[in-house]
Structures are given as C-alpha cells and as structure tokens.
Design a protein around this ligand. Sequence first.
Ligand SMILES: [Zn+2]
Length: 181
Amino acid sequence: MILSLALLTSCTRASATIATAPAASSDAEYFEAHPLMVPVEGVNPRDLRDSFNDARDGGRIHRATDILAPRGTPVVAAIDGEVIRLRQNSAGGITAYLVDDERRYVYYYAHLDHYSDKITEGLRVQQGFVIGYVGTSGNAPPDTPHLHFQAMRLDPGQRDWWNGTPVDVRQFITRTGKVRE
Ligand SMILES: [Zn+2]
C-alpha cells in the first residue's frame, strides 16, 4: 500500500500498472493459500455452472454463482471465518453473510430455505459448518431451489463490508462441498 502510494505520486504510468495487474493475481494467490469449498453439500467444483455475468432484471448483472441442489441440501461455510449477519430481504430471502478470518472477502448466501439452528451472528465457523439449507426464499423461482453465492473483495480497512467488489471466485473453488460439524 505504501509502495503503491509512493509510485502514484512519482509516476502515473507505473501506478496504473500497479493498480490493475496485481489485483487479479492477489485473488489467485490468496485462494491458492485458502482453498474455497463449494458451499453446498455434495456438489463438486467441476459441476459449478458459470452464471457470474448473466443478465438480471433492470439491466443488472448477476455477479454471483448460482448453485442448484435439491431443497433442504445443507449449505456450508466456504471458508474458515465468522457469520457476520443473518437477515431477510425481499430479493435474497433468508440470507447470511460470512467473512474470512483475514477479513479479505465477504460471502453472501441467499435464497435459503431456513437457517441451521446452530448459527448466530458473530459465530466463528470452520469450512464445512452448516449455515442453512437450500431453498427458494426471496425472488428465486419456486421450482428451482438453489444457493445464490457471492464473494466480495474488501479494500484494506473497508468499513462498509456489504459493499465490497464482487469477484468471480468460481475458478478458485476447489473443494467438494462437505458437511463438517
Ligand atoms: Zn443468483
């Protein structure tokens, strides 16, 4: 951070390179060291369909991964981290936000059928801990149970953690979803 600021003041061209190229590689490096698990029990990473750039209502872009599974399938923590918010909203339905231990990425889970009775806001969870169960709450089609899973990168020290930058982490999900209690 200090290095990039120093370059920014001394050389505009160099700082532009610094600002773009390492951002993607730092995602890759981070997830190589912290492999993500498919956040749905029994789903293999190879079976994840790319839905990140799908169009949505109102000209929006999805910027998330939809993971289809039968209603009631356990939804698990993709990372070791903390449950930071459990809320309901009209689009997402029953939702959860998790953050990894290093506070680099926030993970938004939506359309749950219901929560696990073991989770609470502030709970520390390990990868594979059951968060809830696949459903169609919110605006999910009633005949298409799925988990809407979105990763958001936080800037260092970012306080509005719900406004992180969406990142397509599908390529970084390397572990099959597996419940670990
Ligand atoms: Zn979705």
